[in-house]
Design a protein around this ligand. Structure first.
Ligand SMILES: [Cu+2]
Length: 304
C-alpha cells in the first residue's frame, strides 16, 4: 500500500492514512446516526419533546475519546516531523538554490547542475536558498517539502531508497512561470553516482558548450528561450545582433546595441537596463568568472 521511495514515505503515508481513517469513520458514522435519529425521533412519532437531563458518563466519554484520537494523530505527526528535522551528520551536503523560475544544485566538489543526482540509500542534506522570492522545494514521491526564504537559509534531508527519476516541483506560488519550475531527482546506484560525481568537472568544459552548460546550470533557460519564443524575458535567439530598446534604472529610455559589455552588465546588474516590455525579475549573478562570461557570450553568438 505504501511507497518506499524515501525514508519518509512510510511515516507520512501512515500519518495521512490514520487521519483520513478517523475522519472517514466519523463522517460516515455521524451521517448515518443523523439520518437514523431524524427518522426515529420524528415529531410525528414523538409529538412531545422529551427533556433529557445531563449524563456524567457520556460527558466524560465524549471528552476522553476525542482527546485520545487527537493525541494519536499528534503522535504520528510529531514522530514523523522529528525524524525529518534531525539530519544525520554524515549526510551528503548539496546546496539547492531556487529562483524565478528554476532550480540549481551545487555539490561539494563545485559541480553545479539543474537536476538533482543522488546515490541510493545514502542520506542527502539539501541546504536551501532563494535568490528572489519564497519558493518551496517539493519532491512528492519522497513526501518532503520545505520553503526557501530569501535572506534566510533552510534545509531538508532524505534518503532515496529506490532507483528512479522523480519530480521536483515548486510548491509556493512565485510568479508567472511557477508551474514550470520543474526538475528531477535521479537516484543512482552508488557506483554510478560516484562516476557521475567525478565526471565532467565544470571547469573542464570549454567554448560554446561550456557557455550553454553555464546558462543551464544557472537556470537561465527558465525565462530565456533559444528559439525566439518569449517566455518571461527576451529570447537568446539572435541576441548578439539585436538593437534593444531599454529603460534604465533612472527611468530613461534608450536604444542599446547588444554587445559583450551589455551581456555582462545584464548578468551582473540586470535591473540597470531592462528591455522594454519586461519586468525587473532577473536576479543578479556576480559569481561568474571572466572566462565563464566569455564562454556564455561564445554560446550566445551561435544562436543566430
Ligand atoms: Cu517557485
Amino acid at each position: 500500500m505504501f511507497s518506499n521511495a524515501s525514508n519518509f514515505t512510510n511515516d507520512v503515508d501512515l500519518t495521512f492514512a490514520i487521519i483520513i481513517g478517523i475522519s472517514l469513520f466519523f463522517l460516515i458514522g455521524l451521517t448515518f446516526l443523523m439520518i437514523y435519529f431524524m427518522i426515529k425521533y420524528n415529531h410525528k412519532k414523538n409529538p412531545v419533546a422529551t427533556d433529557i437531563p445531563g449524563h456524567m458518563g457520556l460527558e466524560i466519554l465524549w471528552t476522553v475519546i476525542p482527546t485520545i484520537l487527537v493525541l494519536v494523530m499528534f503522535y504520528y505527526g510529531w514522530a514523523g516531523y522529528t525524524k525529518m528535522r534531525t539530519a544525520p551528520k554524515d549526510a551528503i551536503q548539496i546546496k539547492a538554490t531556487g529562483r524565478m523560475w528554476s532550480w540549481t544544485f551545487e555539490y561539494e566538489n563545485g559541480r553545479v547542475t539543474d537536476t538533482l543526482v543522488i546515490p541510493l540509500n545514502k542520506a542527502v542534506k539539501l541546504n536551501l536558498f532563494s535568490n528572489d522570492v519564497i519558493h518551496s522545494l517539493y519532491i512528492p514521491a519522497f513526501r518532503v517539502k520545505e520553503d526557501l526564504v530569501p535572506g534566510d537559509s533552510n534545509w531538508m534531508w532524505f534518503i532515496g531508497q529506490q532507483i528512479g527519476s522523480y519530480n521536483i516541483l515548486c510548491a509556493e506560488y512565485c510568479g508567472d512561470r511557477h508551474s514550470y519550475m520543474i526538475s528531477k531527482v535521479d537516484v543512482l546506484f552508488p557506483e554510478e553516482y560516484e562516476k557521475w560525481y567525478k565526471s565532467t568537472p565544470k571547469k573542464a568544459l570549454y567554448g560554446a558548450d561550456a557557455g550553454q552548460n553555464l546558462l543551464k546550470s544557472n537556470g537561465c533557460f527558465g525565462c530565456h528561450s533559444v528559439d525566439g519564443k518569449v517566455i518571461a524575458a527576451p529570447s537568446f535567439k539572435g541576441i548578439m545582433t539585436r538593437i534593444s530598446e531599454v529603460k534604465t534604472d533612472k527611468g530613461e529610455e534608450a536604444f542599446i546595441k547588444v554587445d559583450n559589455a551589455y551581456i555582462i552588465r545584464s548578468i551582473e546588474d540586470p535591473n540597470k537596463e531592462v528591455v522594454e516590455g519586461f519586468g525587473k525579475i532577473m536576479p543578479a549573478n556576480n559569481n561568474l568568472t571572466e572566462k565563464e562570461l566569455e564562454q556564455i557570450i561564445d554560446y550566445l553568438k551561435t544562436l543566430k
